[in-house]
Design a protein around this ligand. Structure first.
Ligand code: PXP
Length: 238
């Protein structure tokens, strides 16, 4: 069965806009799970622009399957090891970017990634690397010994939204998903997805998990979190 992870970073964005405690990411995380999400994703950015250390602390104490996204550095690794989430996804991070703009440079950071992944794996934390869909990055991911990869779906999402031809990018993602699967790496997808992108990508059997944030939280303003999760799950779990 394919799974849905709901990224609640932007619940924290709205909360932080007024510096108060509402809306509460912990409550929204619980609701998302009740409405059919399989896990909750949070990205603890180095500038703490949305999710804060206290959000992580509170979420880590619950039974909610938590996927913590962190930059590839030792400071963040220590925070992850201390809070012990069920899953960790390593992502590239640039201070000035609006969102995670691309996949990890697995060649440049090979040694560092391998070290961090081994530390997390030793603590039985499931590891994932957020990568661009290339065979080379998958080969490196295998060498790094990650349990999973998350394919950056930003490009195909943009093509679909702009009503452009996305068949070439879909083929590339499919090829990478099949290849990673044959190497024993679990494949996830994330970034920029909406209903249409989810529908398109859910046809790739090898993709087992979809991590979606901005669209779900945005759409929830209009039709409610329960309805968005129900609708998106119809594509994922058909
Ligand atoms: N997966 C990863 C690794 C991400 O960094 C992000 C963005 O924070 C997402 C999924 C969710 O992307 P979006 O908010 O565009 O759905």
């Amino acid at each position: 069965m394919k799974r849905l992870g709901v990224n609640i970073d932007h619940v924290a964005t709205i909360r932080n806009a007024r510096g108060g405690i509402h809306p509460n990411p912990l409550n929204i995380a619980k609701q998302a799970i009740n409405f059919g999400a399989d896990s909750i994703t949070i990205h603890l950015r180095e500038d703490r622009r949305h999710i804060k250390d206290n959000d992580l602390k509170k979420l880590s104490k619950t039974k909610i399957p938590l996927n913590l996204e962190i930059a590839c550095n030792y400071k963040m690794m220590k925070i992850a090891l201390k809070n012990n989430p069920k899953f960790v996804c390593l992502v590239p991070e640039k201070r000035k970017e609006l969102t995670t703009e691309g996949g990890l440079n697995v060649v440049k950071y090979y040694r560092k990634l391998k070290f961090i992944v081994s530390k997390l794996n030793n603590k039985k934390i499931r590891t994932s690397l957020f990568i661009n869909p290339t065979i080379k990055d998958i080969i490196y991911s295998k060498r790094i010994n990650t349990n999973c990869i998350e394919i950056h779906t930003g490009k195909i999402s943009n093509l679909i939204k702009m009503k452009k031809n996305y068949s070439k990018e879909l083929k590339i993602i499919k090829k990478c998903a099949i290849y990673a699967n044959t190497l024993g790496i679990e494949v996830h997808a994330g970034h920029g997805m909406d209903y249409k992108t989810t529908k398109v990508l859910s046809k790739i059997n090898e993709i087992k998990e979809f991590n979606i944030g901005h669209y779900i939280i945005g759409e929830a303003i209009s039709i409610g979190l329960k309805n968005v999760i129900k609708r998106i799950n119809k594509f994922i779990k058909k």
